[in-house]
Structures are given as structure tokens and as C-alpha cells.
Design a protein around this ligand. Sequence first.
Ligand code: NAI
Length: 253
Amino acid sequence: MTQALDGKVALITGAGSGMGRASALEFAAQGAHVLVADYLAEGGERTTAVIRDKGGDALFFQVDVTNPAQVEAMVKKAVDTWGRLDFAHNNAGIEGLLGPTAEGTLENWNRVLATNLTGVWLCMKAEIPQMLSQGGGAIVNTASAAGLHGVKGFSAYCASKHGVLGLTKVAAKEYAKQGIRINAVCPGPIETPMLKRIVDVSRVIAPDSMAGATPMGRAGKAEEVARVAVWLCTEAASYVTGVGMPVDGGYVA
Ligand code: NAI
């Protein structure tokens, strides 16, 4: 059976876990060839194996998104393997250490900004020239509801995610006439290993209050974000660019 993304090529960073894994599975389910990128091999290999078990086409590539040479090599791998790059979901991110702004460390600040913000910029910097050379493409960056409003205890994280939205909007305007659409997803609390770590490690947020803070009264599932990320890349979203789309059960409403 023909699928919506047959023959297309997608790369997803942070695809060894949580929302990145769900996104990789969704792109593959819709027929795309998928480069599963993550800095942890175990999770990335697992995602790749699951896709192949389901009859999809995937390859794992180990990358640290803070490393420009590795990010360049990641894009090259997708192009060398499948000849092009149609979609990129720049999703890798970390929560870092949580706590009041004045008590944060420079080391933590730099690590969170390097991964969540500089990492997304480096990925786009490598992906966009390839997409321009083919006449177009679509990029989705993972921001956060914490990119739309402040969350106590998450200063570096919030700053990085607000930055991702700014970067997304600028790049969307710059490349709109050249056939590249660039959007972001802004997930609310989503059931992933990251959310579990935040809840376990910090007392900043209690799980019940977090889920309770969403009008739907529950945390989201990784697949619920993945479906939106993939939709933003499809022709169904052909007039959508520069958007930071909440996927949050009404949380930021
Ligand atoms: P996760 O921790 O389950 O998965 C993140 C993945 O990114 C891991 O596989 C990790 O190895 C990879 N990664 C981390 N740093 C990397 C680096 N430097 N290079 C390459 N890969 C790296 O987290 P989750 O929840 O799936 O998060 C995915 C994205 O969604 C992140 O950007 C996160 O900030 C964002 N987000 C998460 C929310 C949640 O409630 N879980 C809410 C809003 C946004």
C-alpha cells in the first residue's frame, strides 16, 4: 500500500528515547527512510530495530548535537544513504539541573544552552543547505510549553526553549520563499524518561499537579506529539511555517 511519505527521507535527533523515538516510528510508519540520531547508542539501536521489525527502513547514527563536525556528518550520512533529506526533526534535548535562577551554575547553563539551543541551530545550519540544493524540505524543532511561558526552577531550560522558538521564527521567514517550512512543537508534560527524571529528581513540580495543570487532566503520550511533528512535515501543512504549536492538552491556553 502506498503511504504518505513513501521515498522521503527523515532525520530525527534524540531518537533513542521518548518523543524522538515516537517521531522516528511515526515517520517510518508513513513510509519514510529514517536516520535515527542520538548520542546514546543503546536507545538509538533499539529504535532502529523496532522500525525494522515493523518493516520500515532505518539506520542509526551516533551524534552529539553540540558537535558541529558530527552534525555535518549526520546530514551527510542521510544524503549518502538515501540521496536526499526531506524532513528533519531536531528534538534532542536535556532538562539539566533544576533550581532557582540565582543558584544555577555556569556549567549547567552552558550545557543546557549548548544542547537545546545551539544544537538545534547547528542541525539547521547543516540541514538547510541540503534542502536548498533539492528545492525544499520541512524542519520541526522541539521547543516546549516552557518556550511559551516561564516555569519556576527551569531558568536555563526555559531560556533555551524560548530561544528555539525565536530561531524557528527567524529561519522560517528567511527560507519561506525557497520551499523550506520550519516549525516547532511545544509539548506540555509528556510521559517520557525525561518527565520521569524531572518528577523523581526535583520537588519543583509534583506529578499530580503537573498533569492536573492541563485542562485535559493528564500528561500526554509521546505518540501524540510525534503525530503533530510528522503532520507539520506533510503536505497537509503546506501553508504552515514559523509556528510554535502547543501540544499540551490545553496547558498554555
Ligand atoms: P528523553 O530524555 O526521553 O529523550 C531525549 C533524547 O535526546 C535521549 O535519547 C538523549 O540521549 C538524546 N540527547 C540528549 N542530548 C543529546 C545530544 N547532545 N546529542 C544527541 N542526542 C542527545 O526526553 P523527551 O522527553 O523525549 O524529550 C525530547 C524533547 O522534548 C527534548 O528537547 C525536551 O526538552 C522536549 N520536551 C519534553 C517534555 C516532556 O514533558 N517530556 C515537554 C516539553 C519538551
